[in-house]
Every structure is written in C-alpha cells, then in structure tokens.
Design a binder for this molecule. Sequence first.
Ligand code: FAD
Length: 374
Amino acid sequence: MYDWLICGAGITGAALGYELQKLGFKVAIIDRLPNPPNATRFSYGGIPYWSGTTPLLQKLCQEAIERYPTLGEELGQDIGFRWLQLILTVAPEDDRELLHKIYNICLRQPQWVTPQEAQELEPLLNPQAIQGALVFEHAQADPELLVKAYLEAFLKLGGTLIYEEVLQLLEQGVKTHHRDLGCGGVIVCAGGMSRRLLKRSGVEVPIFFTHADLIETAPSPSCLRTFVMPANLKRLDFESRGALQQEAWSEDQPEILYPSFDIGGAPLQDGRMRLGQISRLHPNPAFMPAPTTELEIRYGLRTVLPSLADMPGTWHHCLVAFSEGALPLVGQINDYWWIFSGFTSPFVFVPPLARRFAQYLQSRQDEVIPLLFR
Ligand SMILES: Cc1cc2nc3c(=O)[nH]c(=O)nc-3n(C[C@H](O)[C@H](O)[C@H](O)COP(=O)(O)OP(=O)(O)OC[C@H]3O[C@@H](n4cnc5c(N)ncnc54)[C@H](O)[C@@H]3O)c2cc1C
C-alpha cells in the first residue's frame, strides 16, 4: 500500500514522485516500460524561463531558473543543464510589429537581429528565408538525463518504480494486467495517454494531446549551435482551437484539424539534434501518420535550415499532452484521483510546480496550486 501511486514516468511523473518521496510519503511510480518512447524522450529540453507573460507565470519562470543551475547537484547527477541562445525566426509573411508586441510582454525581452546577424549566431540558418529574428538567452536540460536523475534520486530516497501498464484507475489504486495495486491516492501523469486512461476509468477531464513527429539525428560535427524555432509558433493556436472542439475528441472521430508545422530544431549536448516538428490533432492515441511525414519535415527544413534537410536521422512519433489555456491541469479529480499534466513548456514549469504540488498534498496550502484546476 502506497500513499501515492503516480502513473507515468515522463518529466511530470518523475519530478512529482521525487518531490513527494522527499517529503516522506511512500510513493510508487508506474510506467509501461523502462525508457519509454514518450514525449519527454523526444523533447528539445528547452527551458523558456523568459516566457512568462502574467505575474503567475513570471513567478514560476523565476523559481525555475533559480533552481535549475543547482538541480543536478541536488539530484546527485548531471542533468545536462546549459545556457544557449534561442533564435526565433521571423518569416517574410509574418507581421513583425505584432510579434514585437507579443514577445515584449515576456519576463525577459528579446533582441531583434537582421538575417545576417542571425546567421552569424547560427551558421546553419538560411538568411534568405527570413526577414529577421528575435533572440533570447535560453536554457536547456538534457531530457533523458533530467528524468534519469529525478528517478534515481527518487529511488535513493526509498521510492518504488514499477513497470506495468495501468489498465484502469480504481477507487483506491490501479488495475494492471497482473494485479490490483493499492494506494491512498493516484496521480495521473500519463502525458498524451492521460485522457484515454481517465475516460476508461469513467471520467472525462479537459486534457488533450497532439501527435508530434520529429527527426532525431546521430551525433554530428555539423550540429546546430542554437535552438531554432519560428517566432510565429503555430502549435499554440492550433492546440487552443483543438481544445475548443470538445465533441470531436472521441476516439472514433477523424483528424480534428489540418496538421501544424513549426520548422526548427535543437542541439543536444552530445551532438545529436532533434528536428521538427509536425503536430496533429487526431483523437485516437493509436493513430499513426503516414511514413511520408519524414519527407514533409525534411521538405520544411530545406527552407530555413537547408543543410539539415538531408542529414541522416530517424523519424519518431509521440504524444504530447496539453490543456486549455496556458496553465497546466493540476489538482483533484475526485476523492481518489489527481492529475498533474497538460503543461505548455514543462521543462520550465514542472520543477517549481512539482515541488509546490507535493507540498500542497502534504499541507493543503499553496497560493498557486488551487488556481490550476478548471
Ligand atoms: C519534438 C518535441 C520538442 C519539445 N520541446 C520542448 C521544449 O523544448 N521544452 C519543453 O518544455 N517542452 C517541450 N516539448 C514538450 C514536452 O516534451 C512534453 O510536454 C513533456 O515531455 C510531457 O511530459 P509528460 O510527463 O507529461 O508525458 P510523457 O513524457 O509522455 O510521459 C508519460 C508517461 O506515461 C506513461 N504511460 C501512459 N499511459 C500509461 C499507462 N496506462 N500505464 C503506465 N504508464 C503509462 C508513458 O509510457 C510515458 O512514459 C517537446 C515535445 C516534442 C515532441
């Protein structure tokens, strides 16, 4: 019998499990597989600590960036934390003034650079494809190292890791293929599978997911120096429109919207790159896009990062959870079940909110957590 059973060992489950175990709770984290091919595994690991646009988000951004430089030391392992620049490309058709207005209300302000200046920062960028760029001082944690560090610190504190698939949530535990596991409370951190798991357990909550496609390269000497992403990030508006179409979120329904494509990529510390990304809104988590998706990503890269378009690499597909609006879904669903999922930019918001949520579950007091369940 555990105090808390956390379903999912991506960044959300691993961080929350660590924080709860650290407070003295008896915690088990359950995932289908060791090293699952989840959204965390394929993430760019970018920490947009500059991005908060409201006092609440700015406060959380500040907490995150104060904690990250020492988080590896706290967890006892390298998390691949580093500072590097983010180049937000401005396409010829983009409204430059509007983008200025949007980004100028962030916690930190960007620097506007010309196409040539952008190329000096990132030699792989094609200056002819852009009218300029916005540059932020950005940060990154290695997604695989960060989760490994959280999980190992969790185990060291006496936590339990279980590798089984949760079929359904029970009143006081979960059902797997092999057994029923008992606990005081279940916390759903199942990423893009959270919606299906909760629905199969008899509740519907406003948690959604995209199907994301990307290409991962092997380590290469001709690696990106910086993060490159479009300033006009289509995915966010795409997700908002998808969340509004609640009646379309039945698994037997067709694709909800035409796919969204944000051309960009990120380097990892070991010289690998993750390049992408196409996002799709299909209500069935088992949906697989056609293999031509890889060619679509390569075709998109040809404009902005031409030398990467033909670089050998492997196409990957994963599910990414999101919720309505900029805030994640964190809170109590009923007497037994809780949720900690649907983060936009989890690499910035998960470390501070996992700590706050764990403390809230102990004391039922926090100024932020009660604002996060809708
Ligand atoms: C290409 C790409 C780039 C990205 N870049 C960034 C970035 O730069 N910065 C940023 O902040 N975010 C980024 N993201 C988003 C971020 O990676 C994800 O939002 C985040 O990793 C999700 O973490 P999670 O814990 O919610 O879900 P996941 O990492 O998907 O983990 C969920 C876990 O739950 C397990 N699970 C599900 N169902 C069950 C079940 N029934 N039983 C047992 N286990 C189950 C799964 O196996 C999985 O391991 C990116 C995403 C992609 C795809």
